[in-house]
Design a protein around this ligand. Structure first.
Ligand code: PAD
Ligand code: ZN
Length: 364
């Protein structure tokens, strides 16, 4: 089959023929319907975050179960599923504590690019090809661990469902699971791309009273207002700190960094009030550090990261599906463009130029 393969940073992905073996025990083959284009993959293409090579990218997807390996009990052929980009072993202290997004074996496999047993089902000319985050969904078929699948209602359109697999879950989850934003609060969101727009809509869902969208691209700020932002600040033209202090004296209750830059992570910390919470969602380049003003620790501010929106995928994702089908979660508005697999590099260029909320690759 054709797949989008990463060989080296700072090069376009290759649309190459790769082989996909049958699922082993506890694994499943999924026919991918659609895959969203997320900035995390672009960080790897840009060489900011390490990526095993060669590797089929794509970690935001949904599709239909085609085949199940021995011992699979959760799912059967024909099921509609969202692909979760962190599998879970179900047995480590994180999984037992209800934090499968931090699963030791799942995170190890996801970054190493293998399935949970340390091997790959993808290959080319008999040599292993890695599966980004056990999903590798920039391809018409994927083999995943059973624990990477989340069954969903059959009446949910699969292209919309794909977005829940990363951007929507990460953004809404950062608000609901990580920050637990309270109704009536003030929230600043720095970076309103595919994930940041979902932080904005997550904040709107929780009933935040003031949602201040910050970006350097006016188109993203317009989108943020459609997604529920009450204020929009272009930080290329005005100083975000003083503008936010004017709107919310003393600082906001919660600030979210959704870009992946140390400067804006620091900005999130500066924007919160005494006792406030800053949440870092963006992935920083490998080795980057953030410095914090030591004098303000007595202000009891908190800064934390949010991995995959702190999700328990099989609990949260079907709820997001229900909210979409009730008309309470915006997904249609996120899909700015639809590309065939061969257009994948154009989709990343459009993201780099800031032209899209999200693009999807469709295999329909
Ligand atoms: P995107 O490219 O769609 O959005 C990034 C946004 O940031 C764009 O709207 C930019 O205009 C804006 N921006 C860039 N620089 C600045 C700046 N200096 N000040 C203000 N705004 C700026 O990316 P995305 O939404 O797909 O991903 C955002 C980040 O989230 C990225 O680092 C990605 O790797 C990370 C991510 N994290 C997780 C997780 O589990 N924590 C999951 C998915 C994505
Ligand atoms: Zn992503």
């Amino acid at each position: 089959m054709k797949a989008a393969v990463f060989y080296r940073p700072n090069e376009p992905l290759a649309i190459d023929d790769v082989d996909l073996a049958d699922p082993k025990p506890q694994e499943v083959t999924v026919r991918v319907a659609a895959a969203g284009v997320c900035h995390s993959d672009l960080h790897m293409i840009d060489g900011l975050i390490p990526c095993p090579s060669p590797c089929v990218l794509g970690h935001e997807g949904a599709g239909v179960v085609e085949k199940v390996g021995e011992g699979v009990t959760y799912t059967q052929p024909g099921d509609h599923v969202i692909l979760s980009f962190i599998p879970s072993c179900g047995q480590c202290p994180y999984c037992i504590a209800g934090r499968p997004n931090l699963c030791t074996a799942g995170n190890r496999a996801a970054t190493r690019g293998t399935l949970l047993d340390g091997t790959t089902r993808l290959s080319k000319d008999g040599k292993p090809v890695y599966h980004l985050t056990c999903t590798a969904c920039f391809a018409p078929y994927a083999v995943l661990p059973e624990s990477s699948l989340v069954k969903i209602r059959q009446d949910m359109p699969l292209d919309r469902a794909a977005l829940i697999g990363c951007g929507v879950m990460t953004g809404v989850g950062a608000v609901i699971n990580t920050a637990k934003v309270q109704p009536g609060s003030s929230v600043a969101v720095i970076g309103c791309g595919g994930v940041g727009l979902n932080v904005v809509q997550g904040a709107a869902l929780t009933g935040a009273a003031q949602i201040i969208a910050i970006d350097i691209n006016d188109y993203k700020l317009e989108l943020a207002q459609q997604f529920g932002a009450t204020h929009a600040l272009n930080s290329a033209n005005e100083d975000a700190l003083s503008a936010v202090r004017n709107l919310s004296p003393g600082g906001v209750d919660y600030a979210f960094e959704v870009i992946g830059r140390p400067e804006t992570m620091r900005q999130a910390f500066d924007l919160i009030r005494r006792g406030g919470l800053a949440v870092v969602v963006g992935l920083a380049p490998a080795g980057a550090e953030v410095s914090l003003p030591a004098g303000v620790f007595l202000q009891e501010k908190t800064i934390t990261g949010s991995s995959y929106g702190g999700t328990r995928p099989r609990i949260d994702m079907p709820k997001l599906v229900d909210l979409y089908l009730l008309g309470r979660l915006k997904l249609d508005e996120l899909i700015s463009r639809v590309y065939p697999l061969e257009g994948i590099n154009d989709a990343f260029e459009a993201m780099r130029r800031g032209e899209v909320a999200r693009s999807i690759v469709s295999f329909a």
